[in-house]
Design a protein around this ligand. Sequence first.
Ligand code: NDP
Length: 318
Amino acid sequence: MKAIYIEQTGGPEVLKYGDMPKPELVAGHALVKVAASGVNFIDTYQRSGLYKVPLPAVLGSEGAGTVETGTQFKKGDRVAWAMARGSYAEYALVPESLLVVLPDAVSFKDGAAAMLQGMTAHYLVHSTYPLKKGDTALIHAAAGGTGRLLVQMAKLAGARVIGTVSTEAKALLARDAGADEVILYSSQDFVAETRRLTEGKGVDVVFDSVGNTTLMKSLDCVRPRGMAVSFGQSSGAVPAFEPLLLAQKGSLFFTRPVLVQYIADRKELEWRAADVFSWIAEKKLVLRVEHVYELAYAAQAHRDLEGRQTTGKLILLI
Ligand code: NDP
């Protein structure tokens, strides 16, 4: 089968397009013919070696397609998944515990685009810090893949949203997603702006996917006893800090969550996926699949994502 794989870690140039053995069915898994595969930062971290994977490795952490063989799922079932590696390929072996049925109303492209970032936005807004009417959330990279979905879900939950973006074009996209206020953090001091927009009080929660360049300042945007959620590092790793800092910043709660722990339970996985898919079908949640590539061009997708060139979601069509 055709696949994108790595034999060594490094830059986008280590991604190889070629033939790999079709996976063989093992217990607890389904063999899925992949139709679309989502591109995510985690794939770039596995490619660069930041996250270790055994080599050679087929990359790709989410996808949608049709079951070939399985135990709990049968041939022809339309399915989608996230957090199982191997979707940059014509076939993927996926733990059935991570598979969900893809409703007919949702295309393979949207299914692959929605799973990882959609369920991430869902757990952040509904479990990590359950947002409600009257809350204010600061969301960095609000025009990004996860960012746009977070903005929309925070608005659906009734919160006021302050988004940050680097360009005017991205500001339009963040507003289009529903952000009440948008800060150009490339030219404006986002701490001062957030303080001004909240009359000095600070936000109830900050969702920070940017990491290195933002996180320490994000702590200054949160109200006393509010929460700082560090869920990503698109600009690089967050520096270490003493817990005492959280006391000094106002008895803050700090968490560094990951999706796997929020979909470990089958009920939770199905709850999040069902909400995401039904909101897409009802058009309450608008996906923007802005960048579509053929499988062979995965390296370009990685360059674009890491180069800050993208908005919304990147997809490989298989
Ligand atoms: P995005 O689509 O948000 O892309 C990254 C965005 O970050 C860019 O578009 C850019 O927006 C901003 N950014 C700021 N500084 C940089 C930089 N130096 N280089 C690149 N981008 C920068 O990506 P995702 O939504 O896919 O992922 C964002 C982060 O969240 C990643 O670290 C990812 O691993 C993490 N993540 C974590 C999950 C979890 O469960 N913990 C799940 C999903 C994602 P702008 O130009 O507006 O600044």
